[in-house]
Ligand binder design. Sequence first.
Ligand SMILES: Nc1ncnc2c1ncn2[C@@H]1O[C@H](COP(=O)(O)OP(=O)(O)O)[C@@H](O)[C@H]1O
Ligand SMILES: [Ca+2]
Length: 510
Amino acid sequence: MKKGDSSADSWSFSVVIETKTELWKKLVLVPCKHCLEHRNMPEDFWGGYGIVLDAGSSHTNLYVYEWPAEKENDTGVVQQVEVCKVEGPGISGYSQTTEKAGPSLVQCLRQAEGVIPLKQHQETPVYLGATAGMRLLRLENKDAAEKVLSSVEKTLRSAPFNFQGARIISGQEEGAYGWITINYLLGNFKQSGWKKFLHSLKSVSETSGALDLGGASTQITFVPDEISSESPQNLLYFRLYGKDYRVYTHSFLCYGKDQALQQKLARDLQSTENSSLFDPCFHQGYQRTISVSNFFKNPCTSVEKKQFPFSQLHIEGEGNYEKCRRNIQNLFNKTDCPYSSCSFNGIYLPPLQGDFGAFSAFYFVMNFLNLTSDDPFTLDEVASAIKKFCARPWHEVKLQYHQIKEKYLSEYCFSGAYILSLLENGYEFTTENWKRIHFLGKIGSSDAGWTLGYMLNLTNMIPAEEPPAPPLSYGSYVGLMVLCSLVLVSVILLAWLLFHKPKCLQKGVV
Ligand SMILES: Nc1ncnc2c1ncn2[C@@H]1O[C@H](COP(=O)(O)OP(=O)(O)O)[C@@H](O)[C@H]1O
Ligand SMILES: [Ca+2]
């Protein structure tokens, strides 16, 4: 397989999805000794930069990561040094003008050229991973999706970096890499000292779950207490630093916050004969008009398609949080569950376990609503803060936050209510375990998201087995020598005292 062939999903990736037994679908991090050769990367790869473009449904972000020259024996050494937000829509937004998708990335690639030293450009790997917006476009128009990918590949190949592929990642990968990122950054994979000792007593290491909310999909990933083989497609197996992890993951396409709103509006439309609609999830006084014909082209709403005697729908806000929550609740089908327990829509969910890091739009929305403090708010406090915000008239909100994009601002009420519905009704977080959700934007200098985990894996930076202990540092070596010398001197002194007792002691003279 040729280098950078984006049509192949597993050619040089150290993550391969394979079915090892009937019961387990395994996502194995292979100790990929030859991967660097396959990827035409230099052997002395350590000490350098890597670029990942996160081609999301709403926009593309380019991340530059840097790691030190010494292959350190600790986690958390790879850090984000730059992020660049690509102007314009996400790449799936170029379905009508596919040749413009690639050129939209040029400005951020130039910015990366400025950050990475010139002599390292050629060896710097660049990856592009597209998420749910492109998964939807592939469902709607496969040809357009392929053309968009070809356009971005062309641009990335023309940049001075080492192109490593542009592809649509699966929802399962998106969940898995998000989980890897946050646990890597939190230092949960490799423990030292007492923490390592404590963890070695347990069969499974303590890791944090990952909750990712995008515009078109949302992911939940965590290590459950007991693992059942009821739904093998939701189970992944990792071996990292010599430890086994059995991870549950699920990605809900169409349940990112933008597509959830589209789904909600499509349902509301079913019950209206009129070309205008009152919406409890928008502020009182807010108005929006949507084109009905375009609305049902989207795979997330196409099932609701029917003929309407009008082409434009006029929406007017009501600002009623409780009504909005009831409205959103209809998106989660809780009736049929073919497993011992489910989240919604008949999808298996084992009992929730441990702490969760909630990032991307979970963070953006909760941060806007001032609900992300270190001293976590209770579920009731969060609900009443969102209720209060939704009840504010639009003209007042707009005046106070005039610097915020109207698209975001007008939807924070819906988004806040949706986040609570998803977590409380969808995943069934309770007042008790709500405290275990931590809304995270960054960990250290790195954004929480799937991109770092993706790069760590593809560059083989997380080994399956624990590397041998490193040689002692100079300081520790000197310290150890001094300690040994002291012990030796004490032993000699003690022996001398025992066998050559001073004469005064032998005669009992005081
Ligand atoms: N500052 C912000 N305030 C509110 N929402 C934001 C902000 N920045 C980004 N978002 C939203 O976060 C989501 C990011 O999703 P994205 O990664 O583009 O999609 P996906 O992961 O589903 O492919 C989008 O809904 C986007 O509108
Ligand atoms: Ca995303």
